[in-house]
Design a protein around this ligand. Sequence first.
Ligand SMILES: Cc1cc2nc3c(=O)[nH]c(=O)nc-3n(C[C@H](O)[C@H](O)[C@H](O)COP(=O)(O)O)c2cc1C
Length: 339
Amino acid sequence: MWFERFSEQGAKFLGVPYPIISGGMTWVSNFELVKSVSENGAFPVFAGGNLPPDVFEKEVDHCLQELKKPFGVNLVTIAPNYRTQYEILKSKKIHFVIFAGSFPRKSDIQGMKRAGKKTMSFASTDSIAAQQIRFGIDSLILEGSEAGGHIGHVSLVVLLQQVLFQFGEVPIFVAGGIAKGRMIAHMLLMGAAGCQLGTRFVLSEECTAHANFKQALLQARARQAVATPQYDSRLPVVAVRAIKNKGTEEFGHLQLALLQELNARKITREKAQFQVENFWMGGLRRAVLEGDTEYGSLMAGQSVGLIDDILPLKTILRNLIQEAEEEFKRIEKKMCGLH
Ligand SMILES: Cc1cc2nc3c(=O)[nH]c(=O)nc-3n(C[C@H](O)[C@H](O)[C@H](O)COP(=O)(O)O)c2cc1C
C-alpha cells in the first residue's frame, strides 16, 4: 500500500496508524472529538484555548485515562492562562505539546522536552522554521493562510517551497485548505510527514459543536471564509479566518474604536491587543457552544468549499485514506506510462 509507505515516517513519529492530525481547535477539540479521532486511528489534539486551569487539568486527565494511543495538547502561548496550563501539562504523562498562537521560547520547548514530551510548533516563514529547529523543536507544522482560525500571511503553496523543500531536520506536517485524500497523497509525495486538518473534522458527526455552527460551515463557500484585515500597524492583529457575518463587522468597529482610544492615549497598546484577543475567544465560544451564527465567530478554513456533508469520523478517515491510495495508484500508472 502506497499510503502506508509514504506515511511511515509521520505515523511512527506520532505513534498512531495514520499521520492525519485533527488540529487543536479552541472550544471544538474537546474530549469527545479527541477520543473519536483517536479510536479511528488518526492523531487527536486537545485544545487548551484559554480554559481555566482547573477545567484544563480535568480535561487533560480525562483524555489520559480514556485514550489508549498518543495524543497532543495545543497550548496558545498568547492566552492569559498559558503559563499555568504549561506548568500543569509538564507534570502530566502526555506525549505531545503543540505550541500555537506565537512562537515558543527556547526555554519553553526545552522545559517540555526535559519533562519527556515531544514538541511541535508552527512555522510561517523559513527564518522561523530555522529558529524553531535551533531551539530544539521536534516537529513543525506548516499552516497556510487558507486555514481556519488564527492564521499567518503566507499560503501553503509558498510555505511548501520555502520550508518543506528546504528543511529535512525534523518531520514537517502541513495544514490549511486540505480536505481531500487526493491532496494528502500529493503532500506526502512532496515530503510532508502528514497533514493536519481542522474544518473537515468540525463537520463530523462526533464533533459536539453547536448544530448551527456546523450548518453555517456546511453551507458556506470557500470565498466566504475571509481573513480579518489590520487597519493600522499600531494595533497589530493576528488575522483570523472566519465566515463573514455581523461579528466580522463588529470586529472592524472594535478595531476602529480602539485606534481612536490609542490616538487619544486612553488605552495602552497591550490592553488594546488584549481586547482584540478577548473578542475572538468570546466570539468563538458564542458560535461553537451557543450557536450564535450572527454575532459569534464562525472560524473556518477556505476548505469549507470542499466539504458538503457531515459524516461519521470513521467514514471521513476511510474516505481520506481510500482517496489517497487511489491517487498514488493513478500517479504510479502515469509514471509507468500506462495512462
Ligand atoms: C474553529 C477553529 C478553531 C481553531 N482553533 C485553533 C487553536 O486553538 N489552536 C490552533 O493551533 N489552531 C486552531 N485552529 C486551526 C486548526 O487547528 C487547523 O490548523 C486548521 O483548521 C487547518 O485548516 P483547515 O481548517 O482548512 O483544515 C482552529 C481552526 C478552526 C476552524
